[in-house]
Design a protein around this ligand. Structure first.
Ligand SMILES: *[C@@H]1O[C@H](CO)[C@@H](O)[C@H](O)[C@H]1NC(C)=O
Ligand SMILES: *[C@@H]1O[C@H](CO)[C@@H](O)[C@H](O)[C@H]1NC(C)=O
Length: 299
């Protein structure tokens, strides 16, 4: 299992500083953030923390995941205690970090298309939409397999979608009838739209519209363009077709999207992702339990 080396020393050192795994936004918000994620460990919120609800929502989701056989495209949690969540360490960092490191072959991005839609399809099977598919929540392991993480916005399919910043969510236009002006309902449509923008970002190295001259405050303009379904120009390739279809919400389910992505060359020519094996998970859980007993989470 080369991509999931247990780096205990590093984790413990990081834990002492209460620093955060760099992909977690709260890391950037400084030492006051109490919701912290470590190399292999995701620490916790204190009861005073406003992120407490989000943290407990995420813990609940992992409890649900654990009742099913694991999805290889979703970050796994080894152990959850009231103020800590021990997650698998992904050495490839976030999608953004990966894109900055060196050039990514198209076949890798094709595999990411399949992995990301497969992750979404697995959540769909459980009756949920992720609702926060953005580059910081798409991590890569040491073998460049993409894994979806951050489950505190998960919502049951069919419930109102609270939305997200553009281009990861789209305010619907007149084509949606009564939903005109809203983010619509959580489900294949909203998830696909985010997946389309992620794949665009991965292939271009920048967000949709980011290179266009939209002047000082691009936010409202991007919202308006998305709403009118005026998407950036795409090429003729199969992956670009998938991006266009995602933006238009053409797949009726993420399962269908995953099936479509599975015929991209990178999706079947390159090695598949696997879940961590049961024994490794059990051993890691025991180590995490020992760390908790030894006071890792004590303030
Ligand atoms: C959609 O909403 C916009 C602004 O909120 C409005 O101008 C437009 O007439 C609406 N279109 C339809 C078809 O409801
Ligand atoms: C996707 O949907 C758009 C508009 O709904 C349609 O014009 C286009 O032909 C569809 N593409 C595919 C491949 O189904």
């Amino acid at each position: 299992m080369p991509s999931f080396k247990p780096l205990w020393l590093l984790q413990i050192a990081v834990a002492k500083f209460r620093c955060v795994w760099p992909s977690t936004p709260s890391c950037r918000s400084g030492p006051s953030a109490s919701f912290t994620k470590l190399a292999l460990v995701s620490l916790s919120s204190t009861p005073r923390d406003q992120d407490d609800d989000a943290f407990s929502r995420e813990m609940d989701m992992f409890d649900i995941f654990e009742k099913h056989s694991p999805c290889p495209d979703i970050v796994q949690s080894f152990l959850r205690v009231p103020d800590g969540d021990f997650l698998a360490y992904l050495s490839g960092g976030t999608l953004e970090q990966r894109l900055q490191r060196d050039e990514v072959p198209l076949t890798f991005i094709e595999r990411w298309a399949m992995e990301l839609s497969n992750a979404g399809a697995w959540l769909e099977l459980l009756g949920y939409a992720h609702c926060d598919i953005r580059p910081p929540n798409t991590l890569l392991d040491g073998d460049d397999h993409l894994k979806l993480t951050d489950f505190d916005s998960m919502t049951k399919i069919g419930e109102r979608y609270d939305g997200a910043a553009p281009p990861w969510a789209r305010i619907l236009g007149p084509e949606s009838g009564e939903e005109n002006g809203t983010f619509g309902y959580c489900g294949a449509m909203t998830e696909q739209s985010a997946i389309g923008s992620i794949l665009y970002y991965a292939t271009r190295g920048h967000e949709p519209y980011e290179e266009e001259d939209l002047r000082e405050d691009p936010g409202p303009k991007v919202v308006a363009l998305l709403r009118k379904m005026e998407f950036p120009v795409l090429g003729e390739g199969h992956l670009d077709q998938i991006i266009g279809n995602c933006w238009r919400g053409n797949s009726s389910s993420l399962k269908e999207l995953a099936r479509e992505a599975s015929v991209l060359p990178g999706a079947f020519e390159l090695p598949c992702a696997t879940s961590l094996d049961k024994q490794y998970c059990a051993e890691t859980r025991a180590k995490c339990q020992r760390l908790v007993r030894d006071g890792l989470l004590a303030n």
